[in-house]
Design a protein around this ligand. Structure first.
Ligand code: HEM
Length: 185
């Protein structure tokens, strides 16, 4: 499925409206400056896991680069703009992780940590009833983010299997590599 069409479907299924986009954009002034702090806590969490820490440190300079890319990703959660370009970027992020063999068992708990860190900030920053609509909008965009990752993994796995890879991890990684190359992304 085309990324833009998938985004429309996910917005409909999560009940994500322009009102939620506006809430996230308004939260941006509060949350986007926290991106470097969330990135630090995030990679600290990943680094404490033996397997994931080894992936992070496998390439010199990788973690340092990731602080920046992750902080950008985090800021985009609160950009208020969730369009085709956003959708294509999210598909690519899923494929980049799939190519590295970083599966759902790593990505889904990691997304849980992003939620934990963010909700903590929201709770302390917003003390009135506005916290409820903020959490609602935030949870909807996170559901969309997770769905994009899962869908890109399925797409990669299906292609990898059709290319003849019988080992599932290999099929996922090779399928993702082929899709990234096809899109030159
Ligand atoms: C909430 C979950 C995660 C988010 C939002 C996230 C975000 C990102 C982003 C935005 C990129 C850059 C993608 C690109 O090149 O376009 C990236 C790359 C990468 N991520 Fe993640 N990530 C997540 C989970 C993980 C986990 C669990 C690991 C495990 C170690 C990981 C390791 C990496 C690695 C190794 C790269 C490639 C870095 C390079 O270019 O050398 N990520 N991530």
């Amino acid at each position: 499925m085309d990324s833009g069409a998938l985004l429309d479907l996910l917005k409909r299924r999560t009940g994500f409206t322009e009102a939620h986009a506006a809430i996230l954009r308004d939260l941006g002034t509060l949350m986007a400056p926290l991106a470097p702090e969330v990135a630090l806590a995030f990679y600290d969490y990943l680094g404490r896991d033996e397997e994931l820490g080894a992936i992070l440190h496998a390439v010199p300079g990788r973690v340092e680069r990731l602080y920046g890319t992750f902080a950008r990703w985090y800021g985009e959660l609160f950009s208020g703009v969730y369009d085709r370009a956003y959708a294509e970027g999210r598909r690519r992020i899923g494929l980049v992780h799939a190519r590295l063999g970083i599966g759902p068992r790593a990505m889904i708990p990691a997304m849980g940590i992003v939620q934990e860190l963010s909700l903590e900030h929201l709770r302390t920053a917003l003390r009135g009833p506005e916290v409820y609509s903020a959490v609602e909008a935030f949870e909807k965009i996170i559901a969309i983010e997770i769905a994009f990752i899962e869908e890109s993994y399925l797409e990669a796995l299906a292609l990898g299997l059709s290319l003849g890879h019988r080992d599932l991890k290999e099929a996922l990684a090779q399928g993702a590599a082929a899709l990234l190359q096809a899109g030159h992304t």
